[in-house]
Design a protein around this ligand. Structure first.
Ligand SMILES: *Cc1c(COP(=O)(O)O)cnc(C)c1O
Length: 365
């Protein structure tokens, strides 16, 4: 047997540690997970009731076109139903886009470090990857433009960027879009859209009417608190959606997930609350960093990347042993940082207490 070249030596995705795994390994009962940017408040309480009703219909295939969810999302964001594509998480939409646009001999442009699934899927399709280093944690859009050539098929803008939490503003984005050649698809990954509150964070849906080479990705995994059910979607011109639809599996989003997402979307009061509490949590993290002289990137998302000046793995391990799971920057391209999801007030206090202890111990080394 011989697997295709691109897969040889390609490591599978390394997920953050699970709660159960850590409880067992360290004999802890109280473990918190602040590693994958999930919503610490769960999802809208209306979701549970709605999916219970759905349980009587599990023998049936889901609606492959996700009609009800599609109507709701289209209405909510103000686009046509035919401008949407749903995926088993926006991860799957990334995969569909790569399948549809990339092959050997083409290339794709992205920031580095950024969300790893752009690169991963592009590698599998055999495309060349052009990674443009972040500058002070932010996308270097002029350099990304320079990297585009005739063979470029996709350019990725993760906004806010994972793992830095930084964002591309309205002016920077418009200038960039004006200059990107029309043969290149621009993907704006807005997984943390709901959390972004900066005045100049771009509202991109109206841009779809100006640019037909644009695609926006959003998800129900982060602010909507439905990461376990896997629903994300892409928004683009009707023409793009029509062209990539054949690369989508027929029943890629489950019936339960579709119902949950539709109900969650209707509860905007829940989202508003979560976003407000996230802002307070971020402010507490900023204060903590400033009091302790730690460098961080101001974040428009629900996580923060903090530089400790020592191996990220060391900070990760220290917190892990105290029942706090975070993401080490070693795996994210920031070897002296860790990425921490903003938790509830109580969870954040737990993090600050453990970190204070760590910083004290570090002084003695
Ligand atoms: C979490 C995340 C996603 C993936 O979300 P799913 O919808 O759960 O697949 C996509 N992009 C970025 C930048 C993310 O951080």
């Amino acid at each position: 047997m011989k697997i295709k070249n691109q897969l040889q030596g390609l490591p599978p995705y390394q997920p953050g540690k699970s709660l159960e795994e850590v409880k067992r390994q360290y004999g802890l009962t109280n473990v918190i997970k602040l590693a994958s940017n999930e919503n610490p408040y769960g999802c809208s309480p209306a979701v549970k009731k709605a999916i219970t009703a759905e349980l009587d219909r599990l023998a049936l295939y889901p609606d492959g076109y996700a009609r009800i969810l599609r109507e709701k999302v289209a209405q909510h964001i103000g686009v046509k139903e035919t401008q949407l594509i749903f995926g088993n998480g926006s991860d799957e939409v990334v995969q569909i886009i790569c399948r549809a646009f990339l092959s050997a001999g083409t290339n794709t442009v992205m920031a580095a470090p950024t969300f790893p699934q752009y690169r991963h899927n592009a590698v599998i399709e055999g495309a060349d990857i052009r990674e443009i280093p972040l500058v002070e944690g932010r996308h270097d859009l002029p350099k990304m433009l320079e990297a585009i050539d005739e063979q470029t098929r996709i350019v990725w803008v993760c906004n806010p960027n994972n793992p830095t939490g930084t964002y591309v503003n309205e002016t920077e984005l418009s200038e960039f879009l004006r200059k990107v050649p029309k043969h290149v698809l621009v993907v704006l990954d807005e997984a943390y859209y709901e959390y972004a509150t900066a005045d100049d964070y771009p509202q991109t849906v109206p841009l779809l009417f100006e640019y037909d080479n644009l695609m926006i990705l959003r998800t129900f995994s982060k602010a909507y608190g439905l990461a376990g059910l896997r629903v994300g979607y892409g928004i683009a011109s009707e023409a793009i959606i029509q062209q990539i639809e054949p690369a989508r599996e027929p029943f890629n989003t489950s019936s339960v997930a579709q119902v949950a997402a539709a109900v969650a979307l209707s509860d905007q009061a829940f989202i508003k609350q979560c976003v407000a509490k996230n802002k307070q949590g971020l402010a507490a993290f900023y204060r903590f960093c400033e009091e302790n002289g730690l460098r961080y990137y101001p974040s428009e998302a629900n996580f923060i990347l903090i530089d400790f000046g020592i191996e990220g793995n060391q900070v990760f391990q220290y917190l892990l042993e105290r029942g706090i799971i975070v993401r080490s920057g070693n795996a994210l391209g920031f070897p002296t940082s860790v990425r921490i999801t903003v938790g509830t007030e109580e969870q954040n206090e737990q993090v600050f207490a453990a970190l204070t202890q760590l910083l004290k111990e570090k002084q003695f080394v």
